[in-house]
Write a protein that binds this ligand. Structure first.
Ligand SMILES: [Ca+2]
Ligand SMILES: [Ca+2]
Length: 209
């Protein structure tokens, strides 16, 4: 329970503190949008009405199982908001490169699925079973020595390191999701990436087929 509490504190701090994007020093590409998407969360338990519906928790009750922990805090830490069991649920992110699509699950519940843009043919996204290694809220891709520059990119989930580091991350410079577009990372729209970022934990399993 100590772990749950610590994670809860970090999660709440993250949600309440927000952050300011650092001003871009170059203007080679589009600048990152500043707006933060906020989904409807009627009972203010840090779990959106949309995710409460997918999980089956009560969108009008911030503590659906009455164990003293908010629904959103439990999901962030990997616990079931419908049961006071101390056994965490498995989290899984699945990507299919053929259809350029992503699904993510809490236990056996599908929370969301949407189109993504993975690596183009000459810069393919690695296939296999991975784990989320790091969560980085804001990151710059490219810059000096690259022919692209995407500063202040939000919601980055690091999952592999080879010659380059591979991430699932928000992408604000195109809206061509469903088609391969990237240099090997997995591009997701900001609207879809922000909830996935808060859902994923270091260690969450990722399967790319
Ligand atoms: Ca809620
Ligand atoms: Ca609870």
């Amino acid at each position: 329970m100590r772990r749950l509490f610590i994670t809860a504190v970090i999660f709440c701090l993250c949600l309440t503190s927000g952050f300011k994007a650092v001003a871009a020093t170059k203007t080679k590409t589009a600048t990152a949008p500043e707006t933060k998407k906020v989904e409807l969360d009627t009972d203010k338990d840090y779990l959106s009405d949309r995710l409460e519906k997918a999980i089956g928790s009560d969108p009008q009750n911030p503590d659906s199982d009455g164990d003293g922990y908010l629904d959103g805090t439990e999901v962030a830490a990997g616990y079931n908001p419908l049961s006071n069991s101390k056994k965490p649920l498995d989290k899984l992110i699945k990507v299919d490169l053929k259809t350029q699509h992503l699904w993510y699950y809490l236990g056996d519940k599908l929370l969301a699925d949407f189109p993504i843009s993975a690596g183009i043919k000459s810069l393919p996204t690695p296939k296999g079973e991975f784990k989320i290694l790091d969560k980085v809220q804001v990151k710059t891709y490219g810059g000096q020595g690259y022919n692209f520059y995407y500063p202040n990119t939000k919601w980055n989930l690091h999952f592999a390191t080879g010659q380059y580091r591979f991430y699932i991350h928000g992408a604000y410079w195109h809206n061509n999701f469903g088609q391969p577009m990237s240099h090997g990372c997995i591009n997701v729209s900001y609207d879809n990436m922000e909830p996935l970022y808060w859902f994923a934990q270091v260690g969450t399993k990722l399967i790319i087929n």
